[in-house]
Design a protein around this ligand. Structure first.
Ligand code: GDD
Ligand code: MN
Length: 360
């Protein structure tokens, strides 16, 4: 019998103890395929990449790619997928939470229903008590599912799963349209190519073998801003969404500091100045941590960036007030709209400068 060619793309970050059991399990259950495993490692400090490389020297079915910069789960997966030689491509975790045996079911479904892509949906019901996930993760996951289904326009049990099989030609056709969805590659694939025929196969999400999860608050932030950007039809870029959210939080900080200072009988001008400075500082730090994380400033660069940001904010206040006044006088005599116009112009101006001259 002619065996079908299958490529497993396994992105790794600090998984050195999980590589060997993963390969063993794949060998055990994937007999029907002519398979290869492509480890795509983001130069893990724990030596995962070296380990994968050692295995690739022993077994020609195993390949190893090491990336030196621009860390990311989706980016690694895409790179691996693009170099895969199989007719069927699979992306999965190597930490024991995804059982390679499920690939057999997915491939079968792909054939029998003439589909382009099949994902493995985590069975998260009752008895199983979601052994793989903490309570907060479960809540976040439910919310994420709901939001994703809305953005996608199709109903999925588990749009956030990181385990799926796709035909090579379908992936190649979709790849040029993919963005940087952080952890959620499946979602981006389905969003970017609405013509793909897709189905889900349920599976039991296992418990991580060794090491720990890399899904941190930054990953969640990227995911939320990614979805919001998609909700605007991609019109507002992810970084601007992030900048706007940070700016929005700054307004709260501003008012909180202002009223606190006023309650302590600090004179208005001083209270207002303090509020502006503290809010701008918070905005700078958050933008450095979230919006422009891949170009994060450190040391002196951070200090100079901060001074520039304050200057831009100061100019922004002038821009804001003039825009609001102009709108008020020339167009509509509505305070609310005029103020919004002022804030909009101020924000866009700050974003443009920040993007081009501060976090270059
Ligand atoms: N190359 C690379 N770069 N690999 C990464 C990175 C990275 O920055 N971050 C994580 N990985 C690898 C891990 O080594 C692991 O094999 C896999 O990606 C999943 O990472 P985990 O840290 O184990 O994620 P999780 O188990 O918490 O999250 C699971 O659920 C998510 C949905 O909530 C995974 O199945 C995700 O794929 C899924 O999106
Ligand atoms: Mn995991």
């Amino acid at each position: 019998m002619l065996q079908r060619k299958l490529s497993i793309v396994a992105p790794t970050y600090n998984e050195s103890d999980n590589i060997a059991p993963f390969i063993e399990r794949a060998k055990e259950v994937l007999g029907q395929f002519d398979w290869e495993i492509i480890f795509v490692d983001d130069n893990s400090p724990d030596g995962t990449g070296q380990k994968a490389f050692d295995y690739s020297m022993e077994d020609r079915r195993i390949r190893s790619i090491t990336r030196l910069s621009d860390r990311g789960l989706a980016k690694s997966s895409i790179q691996g997928l693009l170099s895969a030689r199989g007719e069927l491509l699979c992306v999965m975790d190597v930490d024991g939470q995804h059982d390679p045996a499920v690939i057999n079911e997915m491939a079968e479904r792909l054939e029998s229903d003439k589909l382009h892509i099949v994902s493995a949906a985590r069975r998260l019901e009752q008895e199983q008590e979601l052994e793989g996930l903490s309570p907060i993760r479960q809540k976040l996951s439910t919310f994420g599912n709901w939001l994703s289904s809305r953005v996608l326009g199709r109903k999925l049990t588990d749009p956030l799963t990181g385990f799926f099989v796709i035909r090579r030609d379908s992936f190649i056709e979709t790849a040029p349209h993919l963005g940087d969805p952080g952890f959620k590659l499946l979602l981006d694939i389905l969003y970017s190519n609405k013509a793909l025929r897709h189905a889900e196969v349920p599976f039991d999400f296992g418990v991580r073998l060794a090491g720990q999860s890399k899904l941190d608050s930054y990953v969640v932030w990227k995911f939320v801003t990614f979805l919001l950007s998609k909700m605007t039809g991609g019109l507002v870029p992810v970084s601007l969404i992030s900048f706007l959210l940070v700016g929005g939080s700054g307004i709260f900080v501003h008012f909180a500091v202002l009223y606190f200072a006023l309650s302590l009988l600090v004179p208005f001008t001083i209270a207002q100045t303090a509020a502006t400075l503290i809010a701008a500082t918070g905005n700078f730090l958050l933008n450095n941590l979230l919006t422009f994380r891949d170009r994060r400033l450190r040391g002196w660069g951070k200090f100079w960036g901060y001074l520039k940001f304050l200057t831009v904010s100061a100019v922004g206040i002038v821009a804001n007030v003039s825009a609001a006044t102009l709108t008020y006088e020339r167009l509509v005599h509505v305070v609310f709209i005029a103020t919004l116009a002022g804030i909009a112009i101020d924000t866009v101006w700050k974003f443009v400068i920040a993007n081009r001259f501060i976090w270059k």
